[in-house]
Design a protein around this ligand. Structure first.
Ligand code: AMP
Ligand code: MG
Length: 472
């Protein structure tokens, strides 16, 4: 069998959590990328690529899979949508990798489902390649993320403002369970549904937790680390709705996601984020809000909610402090500190303020700290940086090896927005060479080799990307 052990645990949950169905057929489907490294981590044989092609072309479900669309709800930009779900995705099933880890294999862009609402269930080549690049980069820098196993062109077109080439992404995740999945059942007063989901998530992701409250705290810890590490990369998710916040603590649903170039705390790229709800620095607040929604759902499992309300509320209040600690840790490493403490935060925030005032390139400034390049050249007013640098040098004087800490925390190559845009545009013309070149550079993010120098050059005013789009 081309697949490792298949074991569809989600499909064994109560039927109201999903709808079984088969993907659409795409007779002209062709693979445009296949992730050999991930395939072998999952214990897949090389024929997996052929089986996926066959699945898309003919609808033949590989033996053992039991495809289904998952239902969920979600707060989108703060407003509650009681009925969302996999509107353009299908969970094929779950594989157990040779190391025993369980992964969802999902198709994204595979046609309409009962949860498509007015959508066509389809994806375009642009968003598929963007998610491939960004998610594989995230994984390469060590940030939990869904991953890309393969991308296919469907050989037909989808219609947005214009006709675009259709595509399907084969996505791999520890699971695709979202805060919104809990909200779906909680909002209907379906306590048995919330309980079934809780038991599933607990067993699957948090086996050391016994109670809903313990699990809530464990989710908070993972999400604190996740969002802090996003901020340490200058990453802006762009649509941190509760349906895009995963219980496993992985980055999920890249939509309009983008990386900051010239640093500014209020940066927003998403064309639909009119009020900057999901701006760079707001992400630390929004995750608190999102997990408060999870808390409300899990609270339904408490026999006497009133008795525990204070404790639960307190833990939501304490969450900001946990995020701040995680941010200190993430940025501490970026400036070479092996064990940063809270007195280091002002120095970190001062650097960010200087970068904002000095219009410094986020990635290249931190990279310069870690190498022999002059970081001061990144600032409009290099002298302003010099004073900070004195403070910083004094602080790291006793660190045994600050440079190696920084070299592992500050990537050389990131998927810069204009490079991603170029790769997507070429992909839309059927030329995947630009995508492949960028994928290689960003999946070796810490490799300083000169061949990747082009990927370290910031955008110019002419090619800078100001807005990104969901592509839905
Ligand atoms: P997103 O903002 O991409 O996370 O999507 C939010 C919701 O809209 C999810 O339930 C998606 O499944 C659904 N959706 C997005 N695009 C489409 C589409 N083209 N067809 C059907 N449903 C979609
Ligand atoms: Mg989503």
């Amino acid at each position: 069998m081309a697949w490792a052990t298949i074991d569809n645990s989600y499909a064994r949950l109560p039927e109201r959590l999903f709808t079984r169905l088969s993907p659409m057929r795409f007779p002209a489907a062709k693979p445009v990328a296949f992730n050999e490294g991930l395939a072998s981590e999952l214990g897949l044989e090389s024929t997996a690529s052929d089986l996926l092609t066959d699945l898309l072309k003919t609808g033949t479900i590989p033996e053992g899979f039991d495809p289904l669309a998952q239902v969920y709800a979600g707060h989108q930009f703060g407003g509650f949508s009681p009925q969302l779900g996999d509107g353009r995705a299908l969970l094929l099933g779950e594989v157990l990798a040779p190391d025993g880890k369980r992964f969802d294999i999902q198709l994204k862009g595979s046609g309409r489902t009962p949860y498509s609402r007015n959508g066509d269930g389809r994806a375009g080549i642009g968003p598929v390649l963007r998610e491939y690049l960004l998610s594989e980069f995230m994984h390469a820098v060590g940030i939990p993320s869904t991953r890309a196993l393969a991308a296919f062109s469907t050989g037909d077109h989808i219609y947005r403002e214009t006709a675009l080439p259709g595509a399907v992404l084969v996505r791999v995740a520890a699971s695709h369970i979202r805060v919104g999945t809990f909200e779906f059942f909680a909002s209907r007063g379906d306590i048995d549904g919330v309980r079934a989901l809780f038991e599933h998530v607990r067993t699957r992701h948090y086996p050391d937790c016994e109670t809903p409250f313990e699990m809530l705290q464990a989710v908070m810890l993972r999400q604190a680390k996740l969002v802090a590490s996003w901020m340490g990369l200058g990453f802006i998710h762009g649509v941190m709705n509760t349906d895009n916040t995963s219980l496993s603590g992985e980055t999920i649903d890249y939509g309009p996601a983008a990386f900051i170039e010239t640093f500014h705390r209020d940066t927003v790229y998403s064309s639909i984020d009119q009020f900057g709800r999901y701006a760079y620095s707001n992400q630390a607040r929004i995750i608190v809000w999102n997990l408060a929604q999870l808390a409300s759902a899990l609270l339904l499992l408490e026999p006497s909610p009133d008795a525990v309300l204070k404790t639960w509320q307190q833990s939501i209040d304490d969450f900001s402090g946990i995020i701040e600690k995680a941010r200190l840790h993430a940025f501490g490493r970026k400036i070479g500190l092996s064990s940063p403490n809270s007195t280091d935060l002002p120095m970190i925030d001062d650097l960010l303020s200087l970068m904002q005032e000095g219009q410094a390139d986020f990635t290249n400034t931190f990279r310069a700290l870690a190498t022999d390049e002059a970081a001061r050249d990144q600032f409009l007013d290099p002298a302003a940086f010099d004073a900070w640098a004195e403070r910083w040098k004094a602080r790291i004087a006793n660190e045994p090896d600050p440079r190696s800490i920084m070299q592992q925390a500050n990537p050389q190559q990131i998927p810069r927005n204009h490079l991603v845009e170029e790769a997507l545009q070429a992909g839309a013309r059927g030329d995947y060479s630009v995508f492949n070149r960028l994928l290689e550079a960003v999946t070796m993010p810490f490799d300083p080799r000169p061949e990747f120098a082009w990927a370290r050059v910031p955008a110019t005013p002419e090619n800078a990307v100001q807005r990104t789009f969901c592509g839905t």
